[in-house]
Design a protein around this ligand. Structure first.
Ligand SMILES: C[S@@+](CC[C@H](N)C(=O)[O-])C[C@H]1O[C@@H](n2cnc3c(N)ncnc32)[C@H](O)[C@@H]1O
Length: 232
């Protein structure tokens, strides 16, 4: 998800993302609350569909990549869908400090996902999240390769990608044309499927929808929502 700084520039360049997220770290919940962000509800539904409505088979070990201030962990905990031990990483120092001080995550690392998944043992996580952050990466190959590596057999990767739509699908009335220069980071559903399967992940579900509404431009930003699993 792209954020704008306090100066309300139309949208942040990907190159400035770290500075921008540092800047909004102390009010990230307000930012995301004003964005009609659809990821939490989707995550809650996917976790329920996999682990059952009480989700109490746990505690599940969850790696939240691009965790910001731990917003998603709090959403999942408050929804009561899982008992979990959350681990996070983010390249914004201020976000990591917020996440540590708000609590709920056992360990939070400053880490740039352009270097892949943090060096942890293989097959340790039941769930890996990468939501609202993959559109910032130069390439997703390393991060998806690492996701497969750190997932336990049968574990779930819950990922969002910015969706590159065909011109007739795009919502120009909402102003999405303003972000065209950023489209290079968006993907088609076919590209996402190929990316995941080439790294050994199996699709459990995939759908496209609005991911969020930009608080600054008002544009609806299309996402691909993916639930993939590690078979072996
Ligand atoms: C829109 S927020 C999403 C936060 C959280 N996952 C959520 O869904 O609410 C994007 C987060 O990704 C982080 N991020 C962006 N690029 C990153 C990178 N290369 N490595 C690590 N974190 C990154 C930002 O610092 C920011 O905290």
């Amino acid at each position: 998800m792209k954020a704008a700084g306090r100066e309300s520039t139309p949208s942040v360049e990907y190159m400035n993302a770290r500075d921008t997220y540092d800047e909004i770290a102390d009010h990230y919940d307000d930012f995301v609350g004003g964005a009609e962000y659809r990821v939490p509800a989707w995550l809650i539904g996917e976790i329920r569909s996999k682990y059952g409505s009480d989700g109490k088979k746990a505690p599940l070990a969850v790696l939240d990549m691009g965790c910001a201030n731990g917003y998603l962990g709090r959403c999942l905990t408050e929804a009561g869908v899982m008992e979990a031990r959350f681990f996070g990483c983010d390249f914004s120092r201020q976000m990591v400090e917020q996440c540590r001080s708000l609590g709920g995550y056992e360990l939070v690392l400053i880490h740039d996902l352009n270097h892949g998944v943090p060096m942890v043992e293989s097959r340790v996580f039941d769930v890996v999240l990468a939501c609202g952050c993959l559109e910032f990466l130069d390439s997703c190959d390393e991060v998806i390769r690492g996701t497969h590596r750190v997932l336990k057999t049968g574990g779930s990767a819950l990922l969002t990608f910015e969706h590159r739509q065909s011109p007739d699908e795009s919502d120009d009335t909402a102003g999405s044309g303003g972000d065209r220069r950023l489209d290079a980071r968006a993907r088609s559903t076919q590209e996402v499927e190929t990316l995941l399967t080439s790294h050994g992940l199996t699709l459990r579900s995939m759908h496209t929808d609005i991911g969020y509404r930009s608080p600054t431009t008002g544009a609806n930003v299309p996402y691909i929502f993916v639930h993939a699993e590690r078979g072996q």
